[in-house]
Design a protein around this ligand. Structure first.
Ligand code: C2E
Ligand code: CA
Ligand code: CA
Ligand code: CA
Length: 287
């Protein structure tokens, strides 16, 4: 940080330029600090998972859970994933964190199923870096084997940009994952520009409509041309559709009436600790 201080001194100009540079410096230092702490977070048991229910649009029952990672830093408090996941991806720490998330979520799904006598489908977010790392398929296979979770109950959510990059290595990994029997979901669908042809060749079974499209659904009961088109396309390709970020009753009704399969959002349920999920499952028919 002596170098950084020198840089700051050199950068000391005047007015807004100086403020801007000090800002950049602060950001760089903040990032470094975050990265250092993050490296120890998994080992020190500072990470935990919350689970957000995904709800069947027709029946209203819990169709599955999405695992969302949380970082409780002993002195900074809760650091949101939007802050630390990009840092973890840049530094490679995402490999350690991602494996911990995967194994924990699989174990928890089996524990829920055991306690409540129902199958619990679990969705886990996977970073591009994980898919590109050696041995990822083996890690997934081992997480399933050691937890005892049936492959068909695990969905891996991958962001749309990954499917766009026509990387043959990534294509091969996705093929192997499909062969394992896990489901693949395209997260934040609609924000990239999916090559539609690739949707047919890859073993994808689900699209998750990004919440930026759900947000624009108003009170007129109309999903808008884009969501309508995505739903029609998904139906034609035999893919199921989850809408995320459902915050109002109007959005829920419009999406359900348009034939969306499953819904996720604060209007239905927020991400919650495992104890609260257990209470929810216990209250369900068959739970
Ligand atoms: P995502 O995968 O798109 O996850 C959905 C995010 O939307 C979650 O934010 C969730 O809390 C939030 N959300 C759900 N319903 C609503 C709603 O009705 N309104 C609004 N405004 N927000 C809603 P969260 O938990 O902060 O996670 C942010 C992102 O961090 C995730 O976006 C995902 O990209 C990433 N992330 C979270 N956990 C993991 C993980 O274990 N591994 C990886 N690689 N990424 C993760
Ligand atoms: Ca997701
Ligand atoms: Ca998403
Ligand atoms: Ca999103």
């Amino acid at each position: 940080s002596a170098d950084l201080a020198m840089y700051a001194a050199k950068a000391a100009g005047k007015g807004t330029v100086q403020v801007y540079r000090e800002d950049l410096l602060r950001q760089a230092q903040e990032r470094l600090r975050l990265e250092n702490h993050l490296r120890h977070a998994a080992r020190r048991e500072e990470l935990r998972l919350e689970y957000q229910p995904v709800v069947d649009a027709r029946t209203g029952s819990v169709a599955g859970l999405e695992a969302l990672v949380r970082w409780e830093h002993p002195s900074w408090g809760t650091v949101p994933p939007g802050r630390f996941i990009p840092v973890a991806e840049a530094s490679g720490t995402i490999l350690v964190i991602g494996e911990w998330v995967l194994r924990t979520a699989c174990r928890q799904a089996v524990a829920f199923a055991h306690d409540h006598g129902v199958d619990v489908a679990m969705s886990v977010n996977v970073s591009v870096r994980q898919l590109q790392a050696d041995g990822f398929v083996e890690v997934v296979a081992d997480a399933l084997a050691t937890s005892g979770l049936a492959p068909s109950l695990l969905t891996l959510e991958v962001t749309e940009s990954l499917f766009m990059a026509e990387d043959p290595a990534v294509g091969a990994v996705l093929g192997e994952l499909g062969a394992l029997g896990v489901h693949l979901s395209i997260d934040d669908f609609g924000t990239g520009h999916s090559a539609l042809a690739r949707l047919r060749v890859l073993p994808v079974s689900e699209l998750k409509i990004d919440r930026s499209f759900v947000r624009t659904i108003g009170s007129d009961g109309d999903c808008g041309p884009l969501v309508t088109a995505i739903l029609a396309m998904a139906r034609a390709l035999g893919l199921s559709v989850v809408a995320e970020g459902v915050e109002t009753a109007e959005q829920l009704a419009a999406l359900r009436d348009a034939g969306c399969d499953r819904l996720q959002g604060f209007h239905l349920a927020r991400p919650m600790p495992a104890e609260d999920v257990a209470r929810l499952l216990a209250g369900q028919p068959g739970g």
